[in-house]
Design a protein around this ligand. Structure first.
Ligand SMILES: Cc1ncc(COP(=O)(O)O)c(C=O)c1O
Length: 337
């Protein structure tokens, strides 16, 4: 089931690199996927597999982006779609999934509670819930982000790759994809450092990394503007932690203010409009470069995974209302010096 997913642009970001005094910086721009996020990658694989296995309905538990991605692919397939989301999910994401025709189940609670209910529903009904009972297929879809990046770097892996983390599945898929490319000889010996990024209001994987612990302690009540990353009990947390450690990488978080600054910085220097998850990536990049954790003479790929149009309620916080004027040159001259 294909809506034209992937093959997204790897932008060389000269202006942002200059601002951060980095030698070479790229953004893998997954905001331009058909439904506006990288989630189209796992959704296309999982919905295709659901059809192959003979399921008559699909669905997912979602913080918003997977809801839209699954709903769009279900619409194309002509089968019903049931999405379980926390009731505080950003309205644009709900609107998008509902417009594709999905049945929206807005759960009064956190993502973890919505996810638990979805898991029970997958037992009760004969539904293929893409990130629950089809998860082994779903997680493979995101490897394409790593494959494309290597190809776009002329069959090289970057020195560093910064990845936003919710459940940690994307980070694990990228690490697995890079290792597979190295194993079959499509890229040289793998030296990429995997860098995980989370919002400060929900950073269980970063906390475990920083405290050198193997316990990813769930965050009961996530509180962040990066709602797509607000997964308090990350399903792939321990595996993400292992991938970061195995690669010699790092993990860092960003406050809401830093996330908004990250969104602005990326938009103003590179013309890329991102949702808060991308703001987390850019904020963490900036922090780690300034801390000397990412050497300035190495190359870096940042994964920008969701479109800004999906999160206008958060981005409104940094929006300056335009000045209204009468349609005259005199009025114009008052505001353009
Ligand atoms: C835009 C965006 N980026 C990153 C992530 C994190 O993905 P994962 O849950 O696989 O860690 C999500 C999860 O929903 C997302 O919507």
């Amino acid at each position: 089931m294909n809506l034209g997913v992937g093959l997204t642009i790897l932008h060389e970001c000269k202006r942002l690199a200059e601002t951060l005094r980095l030698r070479k910086l790229y953004v893998k721009d997954d905001t331009v996927n058909p439904t506006g996020s990288f989630k189209d990658r796992p959704a296309t694989v999982a919905v295709s597999k659901a059809l192959e296995l003979g399921f008559k309905a699909v669905g997912c538990a979602s913080t918003g982006n997977l809801a839209a991605a699954t709903a769009a692919h279900a619409a194309k397939a002509g089968i019903p779609c049931y999405v379980f989301i926390p009731s505080n999910t950003e309205i644009n994401k709900v609107l998008q999934a509902a417009t594709y025709g999905a049945k929206i189940i807005a759960v009064k609670g956190t993502y973890d509670e919505a996810n638990r209910l979805a898991a029970q529903a997958s037992d009760l009904y004969d539904w293929a819930l893409v990130n629950i009972n089809l998860r082994p297929y779903y997680v493979e879809g995101s490897k394409t982000l790593a494959f494309e990046t290597c190809e776009q770097l002329e069959w090289n892996a970057p020195d560093n790759i910064v990845i936003p983390m919710g459940s940690g599945a994307l980070l694990c898929a990228i690490w697995r994809g890079l290792k597979q490319f190295s194993r079959v000889g499509l890229i040289d010996e793998l030296k990429t450092r995997i860098i995980g990024a989370q919002p400060g209001g929900c950073s269980p994987i970063v906390s475990a990394f920083k405290s050198n612990s193997d316990d990813v302690i769930p965050v009961e009540k996530p509180n962040t503007i990066a709602k797509s990353l607000a997964i308090g009990d990350p399903g792939d947390g321990i595996y993400a932690l292992n991938a970061i450690r195995e690669s010699g990488g790092a993990a860092e978080s960003a406050t809401d203010a830093e996330i908004l600054e990250g969104i602005k910085l990326l938009a103003k220097t590179e013309g890329i409009f991102s949702e808060p998850a991308g703001g987390v990536t850019i904020a963490v990049l900036k922090k780690l470069v300034e801390a000397g954790e990412i050497p300035r003479d190495e190359d870096v790929v940042c994964c920008v995974t969701g479109n800004g149009f999906k999160s206008t309620d958060a981005i409104l916080k940094i929006f300056t209302e335009p000045v209204e004027i009468e349609p005259t040159i005199e009025e114009l001259k008052k505001i353009v010096k």
